[in-house]
Design a protein around this ligand. Structure first.
Ligand code: HEC
Ligand code: HEC
Ligand code: HEC
Ligand code: HEC
Length: 182
């Protein structure tokens, strides 16, 4: 961000400089400088610099910026609702899954992230920050049945209704509590 601002300042300085040069150099040939339109800086216009734009859905929080390190491999999560809702509020992947340095740097995909959640641990995580709301057992059961991406035996959890956070296909699996490669 600071880098960005520094570059903006440079860009602006060079624009002003070129403009300042304009009348002096022209004056020799033709003294009519009035037809130079004044420099207008549109502060609301998007800056055409080479920084990638952050998704409008995640905002500019520190967490949204940090999530980019995970999107390198987990591109399918860039628009995922559970991720977006939380990134906007500065809760990033690492808040829930840990910094996971070994995982994110392992190009052989052997090392698991720091924190994984089996169906039996999802509710405990979510309720660290949210008070669970009342949901009837019938509603819970009907939502759970709609999730074809989880085993029928797994208990109903918050993520059955919130987000599309679960993968439908896996290339690598770990035991979610021990981290052992399966
Ligand atoms: C580290 C804290 C934290 C954890 C853990 C967490 N959330 Fe959140 N969540 C937030 C914050 C902060 C917001 C912003 C709104 C708020 O303050 O309630 C939010 C917003 C939400 C919203 C949108 C609420 C609205 O008003 O529209 C939903 C839905 C939600 N979380 C579901 C979950 C689920 C499901 C889990 C577990 C997978 C979870 N959250 C885990 C902090 C957390
Ligand atoms: C059966 C589906 C279902 C389950 C399971 C479920 N929710 Fe919700 N949740 C909803 C619906 C529907 C809303 C209403 C807002 C909406 O339309 O998104 C909601 C709203 C919320 C909100 C927004 C604030 C509020 O209270 O209205 C939060 C936060 C939230 N849920 C968290 C959770 C957490 C945490 C769990 C697990 C303990 C959970 N939900 C389980 C369906 C569900
Ligand atoms: C609010 C907490 C929270 C945030 C933020 C979050 N996750 Fe998760 N993640 C979970 C939970 C809980 C589960 C288990 C969900 C389930 O089984 O229903 C999970 C599961 C996963 C899974 C495994 C899905 C599967 O099918 O086994 C992947 C991959 C994942 N998360 C990646 C990410 C990435 C990448 C980010 C950031 C871009 C992220 N998560 C952000 C809580 C979070
Ligand atoms: C070098 C590539 C790479 C990077 C970078 C990466 N991951 Fe992963 N991650 C993987 C692979 C591969 C899987 C297995 C997914 C599959 O089977 O398709 C995985 C799976 C996961 C899971 C699911 C674990 C489970 O089974 O429940 C979570 C959670 C996760 N990653 C979180 C993160 C987070 C958080 C970051 C950023 C801090 C991150 N990953 C960065 C490659 C990566």
């Amino acid at each position: 961000m600071t880098m960005n601002r520094y570059r903006n300042a440079l860009l602006l300085a060079s624009v002003v400089f070129v403009f300042a040069l304009q009348p002096c150099c022209r004056r020799g040939a033709d003294d009519n400088t009035d037809d130079l339109s004044p420099l207008i800086i549109d502060k609301d216009a998007p800056l055409l610099l080479d920084e990638p734009e952050l998704s409008a859905t995640t905002g500019n929080t520190a967490a949204a910026v940090e999530n980019a390190a995970c999107f390198v491999c987990h591109a399918n999560y860039t628009e995922e609702p559970l991720v977006s809702i939380h990134a906007r509020k500065d809760v990033g992947c690492t808040k829930c899954h840990g910094k996971s340095y070994l995982h994110r740097n392992d190009e052989n995909h052997q090392t698991p992230p720091d924190r994984m959640f089996g169906a039996d641990t999802v509710v405990a995580l979510c309720t660290e920050c949210h008070h669970a709301h009342e949901i009837s057992d019938e509603k819970l059961e009907s939502m759970r049945k709609k999730r074809t991406d989880k085993p029928a035996s797994a208990p109903a959890v918050c993520t059955d209704c919130h987000g599309k956070h679960r993968l439908t296909t896996r290339t690598v699996r770990w035991n979610k509590s021990t981290g052992e490669r399966l």
